[in-house]
Write a new protein. Sequence first.
Length: 448
Amino acid sequence: MCRTGSRRRAAALAAALVWCAAPLASAAPPAEPPPVGAAVGGERLGQQGVQVIPTGGTPRLPTGLTGMSWLVADAGTGNVLAAYNPHLRLPPASTLKMLFADTVLPKFDRSAVHRVTPSELAGLGAGSSLVGVKEDLDYKVEDLWRGVFLSSGNDAVHVLANMNGGIEQTVRQMQERAGVLGAADTHVVSPDGYDEDGQLTSAYDLTLFARDGLRNPDFRSYCATRDAQFPGAVDKNTGQRGTFGIQNTDRLLGKYPGLLGVKNGYTTNAGSTFVGAAERDGRTLLVAVMHPTTYMKVYDETAALLDWGFAAADKVAPVGVLVQPKTASTGDAAAAASAGASAPAKAPAKAAANPAAKAAGRLPQAGPPEGESSARGVRSWSAVGAAVACAVAAGFWVAGRRRRRWARGAVATLPAASTVGGSTALGASASDPETAGPAGATAIGRRD
């Protein structure tokens, strides 16, 4: 009996070591099935696997899609054209910064100037992605937002969050905003998307955040900006303040025809996440992809799904709907969607002074990764520590096996013939280096 138990324990440890040896890019993140109850946006969106309702002449979905969750929707009508496990709850990485912007961006005039204090840069997670904000220097609000959207700078997020009353208050307001938008899958722990226990969202919710943001002209402008000059340090000899260039880490921007943005993200825990919006012939489509098998696939698969969406938009029946935000008159967002409500979200009280915020209720018709992350502050383990940790991980693997089976076990309802990427796939290598900023602006091994 004891020998049998020992053999079983040895086999379990060996399996754990093999599991831990697998590439991080292909490891499944902590995932949770959708909450029990009616799925927001429609019954089919709560079902397992690919959801699509073809009609005559519907093009086939791309083959080789590896995302654990994805969704294609028409931003104007709110119709969901196709989806795969859209309410599966996964770590968001920097795509959560869209909700941060939805919450905080309307509150400050873009030309306002703020002097950064040391306390506002405290508490940044180890290896965070940074734009290069420095203490005791002045920054325009619009510069800080460019740091958020282009460089995914957690330092810029922390400064803006502190301007908004602090990290805790901002997190609370983000959670409230998620509720207003009908994003029932989202739990906010940090404003920047940094890996935190329990911080989860879904492809459905990310699409709601993007759609809400694109109603704001400032949001729309920032996420479409490919490069900009960011304020630097003061030259000690001349007393003049310099600038340095920053580039948008969205690899589809400027490459996919008609792309409007929106936001990408990457951490070891979340893998790659991306929400993209593109406009063609007066139609705006939104695609969210979460945790494909490798980093660059998030862009290839988004491009392929956008291609499919534009070709299929008038040839499929919707499988669900993006709910409208709650308002005082409509109450519950899901009820508003079923009733066909189209009222815009209520703007925060401070937004009235911001001209850009006045247009927030309208969606105009025209119109290495972010940084590999490491475990928080830990760069190396001893062999013994690794074995112990992997054994523990094996236990979590057994406990989460049902959840991963839920996410991966479905079979597509529509045969797929075309290849991922289509005519506009990037075909770039995952090893392509990230564009480097000035010294201190980016960090090797950074995370959201």
